[in-house]
Design a protein. Structure first.
Lengths: 421, 426, 495
């Protein structure tokens, strides 16, 4: 409550300077000349005043107090508190914090927890699409939304070497398939090792066999491109090789983690993200970082059993220390509940990583790793209006998510509908 | 010093008993690891009748005494493997049978037993199998035609497996309870005897003039109080208390050390610890009271003798190695090594394994003692063997170099003054 | 038997003290302020005084109860008990001093259940406890100093096997489940017959004073566990989640006059008032998710607000994580090591901070009937303390020291598990020899730990984790909150 006078002061300053306030700026910057647009008929807009905006942008902008304005599906303004034209719905959260909606690149809750993740007949399935399994706004997705997770890469499981294409979608609590989809296909899911091993005795019992299975299908896709062949089963894999679509690679351990980097980053030059990186994979951090392949750590974020040096090692801290850029965290939901993505950040911070970097690891870093940072991952004008209002440190389990906007629509409002998580 | 020898000894030397080694002879070697008296360079050892008569540096040898002259050899006492099931195959159950003697299992004709001397082992301690208090070990020399020839000492130690559970701790307590019961019984018997004796004494006083013969008859009766024989299951514990018997207590973890101390309470008796060094060991926690604020004295504080394999261990859950043998000694404990297993090959590798632990930091002299004199003490035969000293059994092993070097070869083995392994000519 | 009665009485008294937290604070602060204790000590037999074991945690912010924090205070422990709490205390010579400058001091945490923390044992602790096992170290690193194992309450005492068990038969486990109607009927019948016996026995107890030859009533159909419960010697512990089962337990408890401890209690929030009236206590796992049965009209399923709703209805809440053993497989945040994280989620569901701390200290202690010994920092209680580098419930906080019965059982710097994570600037543990009247020297430069660093890229500062002032007050119903645009006078000027 004692913040109220401060807020007024800030407001007055903003008024006095008529928008030309010298607040910290993000890379996108606040154009002081450009006002907040008037809403035209049919437009919807929200203006949210908060004690602090953590924008997670390139310039690590923090506005305290701050204002986030959305117009239709996009962010209109992020910055210090200033005048807002009439017509915007006003939300007063002066004791809360605004952060970008969180992004999880490794998630299996698109089916709502009903399995439907792997078709195990063939070892490679470049023709499969996880989008067929999407149940928009299912219970798990709603929980995710209530925890501030707004974008998911819903993917097939790791039961086969190339298990198909995932779907990038928003966790809207109500919406049709079209409403929710961010990009379909969103990218490819590959399982390098540590699960796709084929136990029945056919090709792929060993790491060597698994590698060959992948090499073989890649050769087919590259061949189709070279010869101009039209193969519906390979068309999306060809897009992967032309760097049009990214890949999320299930890989772990100090064997398959670097093996994935060698194959997909160094040999094929694809836009690959190395997911998991658990067990003793962190031992290879310097090499992985040097290849430039982004790391998507989780659901295991700690190693004790494989290093055997007696230390409980937070893997995120190791990757950060090795210089990893765009390190992101995942839940592998439902392995960890989708709503606990932030807790992956908190626990990684507990085990030694910087907590601000861990917030970025669940927002802008995954978005950037997957080439969707033009849409999501940070609070910047022009981006998708995915805004999370929380009562405190977004990584702290004690903080409550008060309001979640996705594409400028209120998808969760604790005050109005009760606390879901 | 000049050797002065009786002619009779010389005569005896010529009349050899069956083997090629004479009864009296001298050894001249490059170096002797005596274990008890340090290293003697250019050592001369005189042996007669299976015993070491004398040992010293460059002693002159009287003319006529056969001499084994091996200046390139290093001699040390024969190895003592004190805690073993070598050549025995049965495995026992979980019941407590402290009265069982391992000696009943002895089989003098065993080829395996005879063969053990080829590893340099001249004394074996064999324990009875089982998981509880399984009985008493026997100390043997591996060569002999009869059991009696084999046995150096029966009831060498009582083997106790002490675990962190109620049953195991109760077994120890129950054993001493039986000893208590016996003590009570014995006290009563003594009282009764004293009473009877007093009566007799007064009767005797009534006989003022007793003949000498009668007195002689009475004398053994008077000093002849014979305590009642304890029950077989009580006897080992009575013997422990009277320090006629030692215990070897096997524990696997730090917790079991505390539980063992808890089980014995105030009870005083001589005991050594058997610490099986599995890969992971947390025994480093209980070496020193001061290090971890233990509420009891640690193994080192109590100067306990620890029987263990010459291997390194790792701290639980890690790959951090610890040289527990070294730690035990540094904390004040004593060390007796045993081979890594009970097989012939384990025995053959034994000294090389000890050498590895020495290269990992264990004191060399401690290590040599830990394969000879200390295990001899475990068996209660340290007065008789385990070091190269005047008067001790002539159990010796000869290497062509440092015994702890893996490249050194065992050239010969002598048991009770006889070469039992190696082609050794005068 | 008599001693048991006595202890029950004693704990009963302390329990009532607990329900008045501010009163409890006054109680413990009073003896701490009195200098008389120390003076009396000097007069005692010198030889005995030499054997006394002293430990002091100095300069820490000491959490002595709900809303009560003593800044830069000293907790002095003697022979395993808390001896004094206060400022500028005289420390006897040979006091082991832990300098908690810039740190927090909390009571050792209490978990009503766990497995594996005291070794692979489920009873018979004096003969089986493993005070060197890894999980005990990790339990202490999580701040836990006392835990329920089976029906017993056991301390995480390291380097000794003595006196680990605080209490045997802390619970009487009972089963009440809608899936087993026969079992419910059977349990109720046992309650009826046992209550009848108890009535007859008490009647006899009165009458036998006059009628000497009166026969003691026969123990026909008497369940010894139920007898303990009805005599208030131990709590009945149920495991139930379903609303109907919870109501059944509440009715049973009211009918026979006992206080049930209910583990799980997922749908407790739907019947909170009934449970509160029945004097129920609950052991909750906040993150347990169970969807509502949509075919039922009534409320149901799990709620993140379960703890706070029950708390408001007067149900004491203990919190345990979903996994009661130590997990080192790489998934972080859900096992017994993260008991404070689970309590943090209760705060998320609007349980007040102090109630959340109580849910892992005083309440579980009380549920196990050992509240007179552990769970809070009070003079005379067991010296079970943890020193943390931040707020107890903050995710970055690490336990720096855990003290059990006045002995250091865990020192983060000395154990290999967490020493590498944000190491202390220097080791503050030291044996100091002090003259009479001298206090332990304060370190010159006690730099603040970065444990409280906010996740916002700014320099660390106070207030990033929500302080009480920022939070909706307890009792604020969501619907009472201001709606959007409700306060036009505070709106930014438009247009």
């Amino acid at each position: 409550m004692n913040q109220a006078p401060k807020f007024h002061a800030a407001l007055l300053t903003a008024l006095a300077l008529s928008g030309a306030c010298a607040a910290p700026r993000g890379s996108s910057g606040v154009d002081p000349e450009r006002g907040i647009a008037l809403l035209e008929s049919g437009d919807t807009g929200h203006a949210i005043v908060v004690s602090k905006v953590i924008a997670c942008d390139e310039g690590d902008s923090v506005y305290s107090p701050g204002l986030v304005v959305t117009r239709n599906a996009k962010i209109e303004y992020v910055g210090p508190v200033r005048d807002v034209p009439a017509g915007y719905s006003y939300h007063d959260f002066r004791s809360a914090i605004a952060v970008p909606g969180m992004v999880d690149l490794h998630s299996h809750v698109q089916s709502g927890g009903f399995g439907d993740t792997n078709d195990m007949v063939m070892p490679v399935n470049p023709e499969y699409r996880a989008s067929s399994a999407l149940r928009p706004s299912n219970r798990l997705v709603k929980l995710a939304c209530a925890a501030g997770v707004t974008t998911l890469f819903g993917i097939p499981g790791s039961g086969t070497s190339m298990s198909g294409f995932g779907i990038l979608y928003k966790t809207k609590t109500s919406g049709t398939f079209e409403d929710c989809v961010l990009r379909n296909p969103g990218g490819l899911k590959v399982a390098q090792a540590y699960n796709p091993e084929r136990r029945a005795g056919d090709l792929g019992q060993t790491r060597a066999g698994l590698a060959w299975i992948l090499e073989d299908v890649n050769a087919m896709a590259l061949g189709a491109t070279r010869e101009g062949r039209d193969d519906p089963a390979l068309v999306n894999l060809q897009r992967v090789h032309s760097r049009d679509l990214p890949i999320l690679i299930h890989c772990a351990g100090s064997d398959s983690f670097p093996a994935a980097a060698r194959m997909w980053q160094e040999k094929y030059g694809t836009r690959c993200v190395l997911s998991h990186g658990c067990f003793d994979a962190h031992a290879t951090a310097p090499y992985i970082v040097q290849t430039g392949a982004p790391i998507n750590a989780g659901p295991r974020t700690m190693d004790y059993l494989s290093t055997r040096d007696g230390r409980i090692t937070g893997t995120a801290a190791v990757y950060l220390a090795a210089g990893a850029r765009n390190l992101s965290l995942n839940t592998d939901a439902p392995v960890m509940p989708q709503e606990e993505l932030f807790l992956q950040g908190a626990m990684s911070a507990h085990l030694g990583a910087d907590s601000y970097q861990m917030l970025r690891a669940v927002t802008i870093h995954p978005a950037r790793s997957f080439g969707i940072d033009d849409r999501v991952g940070s609070l910047e004008s022009g981006k998708d209006a995915d805004v999370v209002i929380t009562t405190g440190d977004p990584l702290d389990p004690r903080s409550r998510v008060e309001l979640v906007l996705i594409d400028g629509q209120i998808q969760y409002n604790r005050g109005a509908e009760g606390q879901l998580f | 010093m000049i050797l002065s020898l009786l002619l009779s000894s010389l005569a005896a030397a010529s009349s050899d008993q069956g083997t090629s080694t004479p009864n009296l002879f001298a050894l001249r070697v490059g170096r002797a690891e005596t274990v008890s008296k340090g290293v003697i360079e250019h050592a001369v050892i005189l042996v007669e009748g299976g015993k070491i008569i004398t040992i010293g540096e460059d002693l002159p040898i009287e003319r006529g005494i056969p001499v084994y002259d091996r200046p390139e050899w290093v001699v040390m006492p024969g190895l003592v493997s004190a805690y073993s099931r070598y050549s025995l195959d049965s495995e026992g159950g979980d019941d407590n049978s402290p009265e069982v003697l391992a000696s009943i299992e002895l089989y003098p004709a065993s080829e395996e037993l005879r063969k053990i001397v080829e590893t340099g082992v001249t004394t074996l301690g064999l324990y009875p199998p089982g998981n509880g208090i399984s009985g008493q070990a026997v100390a043997i020399r591996p060569l002999g035609e009869t059991k009696e020839e084999l046995i150096l000492r029966d009831s060498a130690y009582l083997k106790i497996l002490s675990r962190a559970n109620g049953a195991s701790k109760r077994a120890i307590k129950d054993g001493f309870k039986k000893a208590d019961e016996y003590a009570e019984k014995e006290k009563k018997a003594k009282e009764k005897w004293d009473k009877d004796n007093a009566k007799k004494g007064s009767e005797k006083k009534e006989e003022p003039k007793a003949g000498e013969e009668k007195k002689e008859e009475a004398a053994p009766e008077k000093g002849g109080y014979v305590p009642p024989e304890p029950e077989p299951k009580a006897k080992p514990f009575v013997d422990l208390r009277a320090e006629r018997l030692r215990a070897v207590v096997s524990i696997q973890s730090a917790a079991e050390y505390l539980h063992f101390l808890d089980a014995i309470g105030e009870e005083k008796f001589p005991w050594d610890l058997r610490l099986p060094i599995t890969r992971e060991s947390d025994l480093f926690y209980v070496l020193r009271k001061s290090e971890f604020e233990l509420d009891v004295d640690g193994i080192g504080d109590k100067h306990v003798r620890c029987i263990m394999e010459p291997v390194l261990s790792v701290m639980p859950g890690t790959l951090r190695t610890r040289n527990l043998a070294k730690d035990v000694v540094a904390a004040g404990g004593k060390l007796a090594f045993i081979p890594r297993g009970d097989s012939f090959n384990d025995h053959r590798q034994w000294l090389a394994n000890v050498g590895e632990v020495v290269s990992a930091g264990l004191d060399r002299n401690v290590a040599l003692r830990a394969v000879t004199l200390e295990p001899a003490s475990v068996l209660g035969v340290e007065q008789r063997l385990g070091s190269l000293e005047k008067g001790k059994d002539a159990n010796m092993i000869f290497y062509d170099g440092d015994p702890l070097e893996a490249s050194s070869r065992l050239k010969a083995v002598m048991l009770d003054g006889k070469f039992v392994f190696g082609e050794v000519k005068l | 038997m008599r001693s048991k009665w006595y202890s029950t009485l004693l704990s009963g008294l302390l329990l009532s003290a607990f329900s008045l937290p501010t009163a409890a604070y006054a109680q413990e602060a009073a003896p701490a302020a009195k200098p008389a204790d120390g003076k009396a000590e000097e007069g005692k037999d010198k030889k005995k005084a030499d054997e006394d074991r002293w430990l002091a945690v100095t300069n820490g912010d000491v959490y002595i109860g709900p809303g009560a924090l003593l800044r830069e205070a000293t907790v002095l422990c003697k022979n395993g008990k808390i001896h004094k709490i206060g400022h500028d205390l005289d420390l006897p010579a040979d006091t082991k001093v832990i300098d908690a400058q810039g740190m927090h001091v909390y009571p050792g945490l209490v978990s009503p259940s766990s497995s594996g923390l005291v070794g692979n044992t489920a009873g018979d602790f004096a003969d089986t406890i493993d005070p060197f096992n890894r999980n005990m170290v990790l339990g202490l690193a999580a701040g836990i100093t006392t835990t329920g194992v089976g029906n017993a309450a056991v301390k995480l005492k390291r380097f000794t096997i003595k006196d680990a068990q605080v209490r045997d038969r802390a619970f009487v486990t009972m089963v009440w489940s809608g899936r087993n109607p026969q079992g419910k009927k059977g349990l109720r019948e046992k309650f009826v017959s046992t209550a009848e016996y108890l009535r007859q026995y008490r009647d006899w107890e009165e009458r036998v004073k006059r009628e000497k030859d009166l026969k003691e009533p026969a123990k026909k159909d008497v369940d010894p566990g139920i007898l303990m419960v009805l005599r208030n010697e131990a709590y009945a512990r149920f495991s139930a989640n379903d609303r109907d089962d919870l109501l059944g337990i509440a009715r049973l408890a009211q009918e026979f006059g006992f206080r049930p401890v209910i583990e799980g209690c997922t749908e407790g929030w739907t019947v909170a008032d009934e449970l509160g009236r029945a004097g129920a206590m609950a052991i909750l796992t906040i993150r347990n998710q169970s969807p509502k049965d949509e075919t039922l009209v009534r409320a149901g399923g799990s709620s993140i607000q379960n703890a706070s709703i029950l708390h408001r209805a007067g149900v004491p809440i203990a919190v345990v994580p979903g996994q009661d053993s130590v997990s080192l497989d790489g998934i972080v945040g859900r096992d017994i090591q993260h008991i404070t994280v689970e309590a943090g989620f209760a705060v998320r569901g609007e349980l007040p901070d102090d109630a959340a701390i109580a849910s892992i200290t005083t309440i579980p202690a009380r549920i196990m009937g050992i509240g007179h010994r552990v769970g809070s920092i009070e003079v005379g209680k067991d010296a079970d303390l943890i020193v943390t580098d931040g707020e107890l419930l903050h995710y970055n906080t690490h336990v720096q020291w855990a003290i059990v019965d006045g002995k250091v059982a865990y020192d983060k710097e000395k154990e290999m598990f967490f020493a590498h994570i944000r190491p202390r600037k220097k080791s503050e543990t030291s044996e100091v020899k002090l003259d009479k009247g001298e206090t332990a020297p304060k370190p010159e430069d006690a730099s603040k730990q970065d444990g409280d660093k906010p996740a916002d890229g700014e320099k660390p500062k106070e207030g990033d984790t929500p302080k009480d002032g920022d939070k909706p007050k307890e009792g604020d119903k969501p619907e009472e909150k201001p709606k959007d645009g409700d306060k036009p006078e505070e709106k930014p000027k438009q247009g």
